[in-house]
Design a protein around this ligand. Structure first.
Ligand SMILES: [Zn+2]
Ligand SMILES: [Zn+2]
Length: 170
């Protein structure tokens, strides 16, 4: 067949398809069904074939998995961090009647703030609930914000921990 003939047939086919759009849909539907049936019938064969392909292209597969994992790790980490920040803020708000600040020096930068145990015993508390940080925030929320806690900035908290009182003297 010459090039011209091929081109002519292609144009004719395109015209015919344009005039019979439902035929394409019908054909696609049938084709999909057949494919599904075939897949259903050859499940085991396919499994073996995929596994063989996987083994042959192991390096490629592993690198794809790595990329996928890393992409999702970033996403997961980001979402986790957002939730942690939310929990943290909620705790600060509960212990400062709405506007988070250090109960000693009035520091308002949330990144400097932390939860302090009024009567000390932070270490024991952390041991009891399995850790500080997010463990602590989760625990406070779960226990409906029990009394005995306050918000302090890291400076004041550290000073109180080391010297018993903060040099601010509040
Ligand atoms: Zn402070
Ligand atoms: Zn202070």
């Amino acid at each position: 067949m010459t090039y011209n003939n091929i081109e002519k047939r292609r144009i004719a086919l395109r015209d015919w398809l344009k005039r019979n759009p439902h035929k394409i849909k019908e054909y696609n539907k049938k084709y999909k069904e057949k494919k599904r049936e075939w897949r259903e019938k050859n499940k085991e064969k396919l499994k073996i074939r995929i596994e063989k392909w996987r083994q042959k292209n192991l390096k490629h597969v592993l690198s794809l998995q790595k990329i996928y994992y890393q992409k999702n790790k970033i996403k997961h980490n980001f979402l986790g961090k957002q939730r942690l920040i939310k929990r943290k803020l909620l705790c600060f708000q509960k212990y400062t009647k709405g506007s988070p600040e250090c109960n000693c020096c009035g520091e308002k930068e949330v990144k400097f703030l932390s939860i302090d145990h009024l009567n000390g015993g932070g270490r024991m508390q952390r041991l009891r609930i399995g850790g500080g940080g997010d463990h602590m925030y989760r625990w406070l929320i779960k226990n409906n914000f029990p009394s005995g806690f306050q918000v302090l900035c890291h400076n004041c908290n550290q000073a109180k921990g080391s010297y018993g009182v903060c040099p601010h003297g509040n």
